[in-house]
Design a protein around this ligand. Sequence first.
Ligand code: NDP
Length: 296
Amino acid sequence: TPLTTSIDGKACAERVLDEVADDVARLADEGIIPGLAVILVGEDPASQVYVRNKIRKAEAVGIRSLEYRFDDTLPQAELLALIARLNDDPEVNGILVQLPLPANIDEASVIQAILPAKDVDGFHRQNAGGLWQGLPSLAPCTPTGCLRLLRETCGELAGKHAVVIGRSNIVGKPMAALLLDADCTVSLLHSKSRDAAALCRQADIIVAAVGRPGMVDANWLKPGAVVIDVGINRIESETGGERRTRLVGDVDFAAASQVASAITPVPGGVGPMTIAYLMQNTVTATRLQRHQASAA
Ligand code: NDP
């Protein structure tokens, strides 16, 4: 039997959501209800599920949610016009455009159109740059959730060697910035990296954010390493003539559990933390806008 801890992302997310609900209650005492606008374009089934969960959690913590759904024929100009209206609406504190967008819409232009102070996904270049410069900014939800799991699992992070696999703007790069800010020594790996396994074997902490099922094997791990598996991969399987899809991460969970000291499961690890920090970011954005309004 492995001595490994399965890191309970659901339980940790509930703690974050309790903190957010307290913050929302304090804002309510001042007559403020945070508002989150969620925009979904197209019929991507995974996106539908994510949006539904985000709206449900918002309501659970007392955040007012506004939902905007369009089919994939929505012209980019109309999406930009909606974002401009939401930017100007004082009742809207957070704007989230669910990605991916249909091919006819330029994702980068849409992200840059969101007012940085309302960019609760933390994808705007101003927030991305602010994160690397240590300036107050909205940081992406998934890596922020991973950092919380690491703090609760490892305690002190200073001096630890963290290997992040994947360099997307959504997960890998901001994860590296957050770990650097926590005084880790950070290696950021990607598809051109040579000898990923050997680099991983030197890591105290591994964050896998690639999208390749089972890529990180037990022999990639130093004994006692802490592993955060961000990957969400849908695997088709057939049992007794019945087709089923199940979710797996980028790490071979069963094998890694024999070597790691702690590892996040998929599902039930990073996923719930992402939504919890979206709610936290909505509260942070609300406060940020109040400061900006009172400073103006
Ligand atoms: P992207 O596809 O944008 O990025 C994947 C990264 O992995 C790229 O940087 C790519 O390198 C790198 N990569 C690909 N192949 C290899 C390889 N063989 N060795 C090392 N690195 C490699 O994905 P995302 O960052 O958006 O997402 C990553 C995973 O996390 C996905 O499975 C996604 O579903 C999941 N995810 C989960 C979330 C959650 O809430 N749990 C939230 C967001 C994402 P290069 O840059 O060189 O191409």
